[in-house]
Design a protein around this ligand. Structure first.
Ligand SMILES: [Zn+2]
Length: 102
């Protein structure tokens, strides 16, 4: 498995290639206000990634410590191709919505 993204209390780390792909679609992970890392998780899953959540509990409450997005090594190339298609499709949906509003 290759880690492509990890969200922790300390911030978010991206694989270089994911970072570049997001930038191509106008998502700039450098600007924290511009991206909600969590909102893109479904797109990663649709592209074949697995999400591992680490949490610990204190009786009746718990903390999520880390959310890690991973891809099987043999799927890594296809992951990026598919993610680009998923992001393209969702960008097209947004364009349609704008047309409907106009
Ligand atoms: Zn705790």
């Amino acid at each position: 498995m290759t880690m492509i993204m990890q969200v922790t209390d300390e911030g978010t780390q991206y694989a270089e290639r994911l970072h570049e792909l997001l930038a191509e679609f106008g998502v700039n992970p450098e600007l924290e206000d511009e991206i909600d890392e969590i909102s893109l998780l479904p797109a990663y899953v649709l592209a074949g990634a697995s999400i591992r959540t680490e949490a610990h509990s204190h009786g009746d409450h718990m903390h999520v410590v880390a959310i890690t997005v991973e891809i099987a090594d043999e799927l890594e190339q296809a992951f990026y191709e598919t993610l680009a298609q998923v992001l393209e499709a969702s960008a097209a949906d947004e364009d349609e919505d704008e047309d409907e509003d106009a």
